[in-house]
Design a protein around this ligand. Structure first.
Ligand SMILES: Cc1cc2nc3c(=O)[nH]c(=O)nc-3n(C[C@H](O)[C@H](O)[C@H](O)COP(=O)(O)OP(=O)(O)OC[C@H]3O[C@@H](n4cnc5c(N)ncnc54)[C@H](O)[C@@H]3O)c2cc1C
Length: 346
């Protein structure tokens, strides 16, 4: 079989690149072995503001310009709802933080998203003695449903191999590669933390961060916005909330742990005061990079091999833009920005 591209991995990165290929009528197949699950467990929030420091997210305007239309188009194509607009209430820890909030609201890049007033806490189950500030134009993408639906979509078109891609089986031909019976012009690796097993790209400096998340049922909480305090409490409907997430730079497994759950419960006790029951607990590895920028580009020696990785903690907003930039780089020769190009580590 002859194709233009093989994609390895069907998380947020692989889906975004597959969409670029479909848009440009390129022929491709995908390999996916369920070895990683960052996209499947993600909270799915998109939020243009760094909530610790009240600064804009890197490249925020460019990212948002294409991210929402992209998810809207996936809603139409797969005939499902994935976008849920949800405001964020950032709980203040002190009077000083309230002042910092107002200072940040004056900044041009943030004005659109940060409301310059203090939101009084009127919910007896939320612990917020210094009240909170509200962010708008934020929301959640139901990434788990999207990823599962997208797999079904590719299966229906016979484009998905549900198996491990074995890097040792790549044969290099003149300007092409062969993998089993598939001949392709390029292989695009969208493997997330799975890149550690990729001999062509595993020397890139990933600083992966495991994250755990619980889902709770809290019928008395009655909140329709995300509470961001020591952790986030994100409403997902029917009195259920995702609560997360932890950061662990040592454990490299995607197994949920008792320590992770205890940490989340401990932090949750400083955010809400009502009863709840844990109904789910998941974990995944975020593909974060030393300098917190994506990893995009071609292999130095084998130009047929390409990587789309390093989406870090914000894959929802970054993936569509990075897929577009990579496609234009490969097909139209457009330069990649130095700060995302893998050659910055050579
Ligand atoms: C707990 C948690 C909460 C998060 N919350 C948010 C959030 O609220 N908002 C946000 O924007 N981001 C969030 N993230 C980050 C987000 O999940 C990531 O940025 C994004 O999912 C990375 O996508 P990816 O496609 O690069 O990697 P992945 O989702 O890991 O996908 C890689 C895919 O490649 C496959 N693969 C790997 N190797 C092979 C191989 N050899 N053969 C075949 N298949 C292979 C894997 O099975 C996997 O499906 C969160 C992450 C975690 C862990």
């Amino acid at each position: 079989m002859n194709v233009d591209y093989i994609i390895v991995g069907l998380g947020l990165a692989g889906i975004a690149f597959a969409e670029e290929l479909l848009k440009h009528k390129k022929i491709f197949v995908v390999f996916e072995d369920n070895s990683q699950n960052s996209s499947l467990v993600a909270g799915g929030m998109y939020n243009p503001v760094v909530l610790k420091r009240f600064t804009p997210v890197w490249n925020v305007k460019e990212q948002l310009k294409i991210a929402l239309p992209y998810y809207k188009s996936l809603e139409s194509k797969l005939d499902q709802k994935y976008i849920y607009k949800i405001d964020i209430h950032r709980v203040f820890k002190s009077i000083e933080e309230q002042n910092n909030w107002f200072a940040a609201c004056d900044k041009i890049l943030l004005q659109e998203y940060m409301i310059p007033k203090i939101i009084k806490n009127e919910n007896e189950h939320i612990i917020a003695p210094f009240d909170s500030g509200k962010l708008t134009h934020t929301g959640r993408i139901d990434v788990n449903s999207l990823a599962n639906d997208y797999r079904k979509f590719l299966i229906s078109k016979n484009l998905l191999y549900e198996e491990k891609f074995d890097h040792n089986k790549i044969e290099f031909l003149k300007k092409k590669v062969r993998y089993n019976n598939v001949k392709a012009k390029r292989i695009v690796f969208c493997e997330g933390f799975g890149v550690k097993e990729n001999p062509y790209f595993n020397s890139l400096p990933m600083r992966e961060a495991k994250g755990e998340l619980i889902t709770i049922h809290a019928p008395n909480l009655k909140v329709d916005f995300l509470i961001k305090s020591a952790i986030f409490v994100l409403p997902i409907g029917n009195d259920h909330y995702k609560v997360g997430a932890t950061f662990n730079w040592v454990d490299k497994t995607k197994t949920p742990t008792t320590e992770g759950k205890n940490e989340l419960e401990f932090k949750l006790s400083s955010v809400i005061s009502c009863d709840y029951k844990i109904v789910d607990h998941v974990a995944g590895i975020r593909p974060t990079i030393k300098d917190r920028r994506p990893l995009i580009g071609m292999h130095k020696k084998h130009k047929q091999l390409v990587i789309l990785n390093g989406l870090g903690t914000r894959g929802v907003m970054i993936a569509p833009l990075m897929a577009q930039k990579l496609f234009r780089n490969i097909e139209k020769g457009e330069q990649l920005d130095q700060e995302i190009n893998i050659n910055r580590f050579e």
